[in-house]
Write a protein that binds this ligand. Structure first.
Ligand SMILES: [Zn+2]
Length: 276
């Protein structure tokens, strides 16, 4: 009796979540570059010498080989290799918290649709994979001085991929350019979709959001222009970090269904600000 060739695939993948299964196996949820979300079972991956063991650690970028049988909900993980491990030697508690936060967001805010059935080859899961891939690579390079900033870029890109990029090229209500807005009090408003000038924030029916500092505006501008070099040790002190984090948190909460502050970041915030 011959063995039929099994349909299979090989794809760059991000390990999102894992669950133990049976005595020694692991089920892993993957976000793959080429096949969207795929759930795999890694047989005997909890045995010490399993070659699959290293491939099912959450947060790792792996090149994975798995079965691709459309009639099955669970595919078999067959092998592969680790591409990036953001929690390798030299990583910090902070790296771990931002990584967990990102994985949680990706798991919760899944794009609708998926596959590539529509116009202009827009594949939301492939785009999401690219955003995750960039974030994990930055986090894995120990030369990144600001994992927090890398995470904020990740959040910004998440908004962009959902068609919710914050508008920072001028007041969203009256169109006043940033240079002139910044002479007034500036606001950042999720309901208005971004930057808003002091005059407009006082107008009728405008939800004004929260005050925006010039430093925060500059960071947002470089995010919008994809000009932020995360290897640069730009000054990023705690008040600015808190401001940026709060603005993005409000914006995500307003625009992304299913969003809430990731538990890992809640912990980090509690640890950093005991007197809050
Ligand atoms: Zn205005």
């Amino acid at each position: 009796m011959g063995v039929l060739p099994q349909p299979s695939a090989s794809s760059e993948s991000l390990v999102l979540r894992i669950w133990p299964c049976g005595e020694t196996s692991v089920i892993a949820s993957l976000l793959t570059q080429d096949h969207g979300y795929v759930k795999v079972i890694a047989k005997a991956a909890r045995r010490p010498n399993s070659r699959l063991r290293a491939l099912v650690e959450p947060g790792r970028l792996v090149s994975a080989e798995f079965s691709l049988d459309p009639s099955r909900e669970l595919q078999y993980l067959r092998g592969g290799s680790v591409e990036k491990d953001p929690l390798g030697p030299g990583s910090t508690l902070e790296d771990s918290a931002f990584l967990q936060g990102a994985l949680e967001l990706v798991d919760r805010c899944r794009p609708h649709g998926g596959g590539s059935d529509d116009q202009d080859d827009h594949d939301p899961t492939a785009e999401l994979f690219a955003i995750c891939d960039a974030f994990i690579r930055v986090l894995s390079s120990r030369s990144c001085p600001h994992p927090d900033l890398a995470f904020f870029v990740f959040e910004w890109e998440l908004l962009v991929s959902h068609g919710m990029a914050p508008e920072v090229a001028g007041c969203t209500a009256c169109g006043l350019p940033p240079a002139e807005v910044s002479e007034l009090t500036m606001w950042f408003s999720p309901a208005e979709g971004g930057l808003i000038c002091g005059d407009c924030s006082r107008g009728d029916g405008v939800s004004s959001g929260k005050p925006l500092s010039l430093d925060a505006l500059q960071i947002f501008e470089s995010m919008a222009e994809r000009q932020l070099d995360l290897a640069d040790d730009i000054p990023f002190e705690r008040p600015l970090r808190r401001e940026i984090g709060a603005h993005l948190h409000n914006f995500l909460g307003y625009h992304l269904p299913g969003y809430r502050l990731p538990a890992a970041l809640e912990l980090l915030r509690a640890r950093k600000d005991p007197n809050r």
